[in-house]
Ligand binder design. Sequence first.
Ligand code: TUI
Length: 315
Amino acid sequence: MLQTALTDLLGITHPIMQGGMAWVATWELVVAVSDAGALGVLGAGNAPVDFVRNQIKQIKEHTTKPFGLNVPMFSPCVDEVMALCMQERVPVVTTGAGNPTPYIAPLKEAGCIVIPVVASAALGRRLERAGADAVIAEGEESGGHIGTVTTMALVPQVVDAVSVPVIAAGGVGDGRGLAAALALGAAGVQMGTRFICTEECTAHRNYKEAIVKANERSTMVTGATIGHPVRCLRNPMSRDFEELERRGASDQEIIEFGTGRLRMAAAQGDVVYGSVMAGQVAGLVHDIVPAAEVVRRTVAEAESALQRMQSMIRS
Ligand code: TUI
């Protein structure tokens, strides 16, 4: 067992959070991860509030364990989804892709634990002052919407900048990554890509199999030219996207091209023309197993990595 400031803060058994991935992290995965002693996180994405309300209802009906809800700041429904989090007293609210400052105090007053994703030490410092209970430092190795600093460089700088617990995300796909994150001063990790390849994840089988087939060089970043960098698997869609950006297409044209592509891949299984968002650890994922097995393996691997490192010390 690994006890850290994160397990203490959230009342969970293992210092692992599951990334709240839009279209991918639905209630079934959240329940499986939370029941396994980690923190399952629902991905609200751009979904309307009624959809999110129903997902929360399912989670509450199927587990009594703590769970989280991720709200991307660019969601058109951000105000309503945040109000829902307060109404439903969602145990943990994580935010992404922007600055959630105005929502932090009201969420905390409603009894929610608030853990924003940051891609810089400066934002971590600002959000700690605004009342964040912890921060997720997410490096550019991650899948989906990303910043520009690597996890290895970002995590210790965020750890130095804040006093609240820091969770490392991006480039963590197994227990060696968890041990490394703890060595950098993090109190735990968030993993997304690894949890896609689980039996309980409702993403299309083609999406999971594309990740299993991928190697460490299979991802690329689309959308950087319009200030919305998104890491996904290389496929005809991402190559067309790259071509569009190279020939200087307008922001409007690029946005129209990208819209709906994640849903095409995750819900409909179109891994050719859809956006298969995944992190660089895709090459570490070799199988589709129950979420509880991912949690079990990650903790066991981290413990043996930490023991191996301990045994290197000579006085
Ligand atoms: O949010 C994410 N990753 C996501 S959200 C998402 S949904 C989507 N759907 C369709 C197309 C595109 C996206 C997919 N992936 N990760 C958390 C994250 N947040 N990574 C980086 C950041 C971040 C970046 C800048 C957080 C704050 C920030 O602050 C800028 C500022 O305003 O200071």
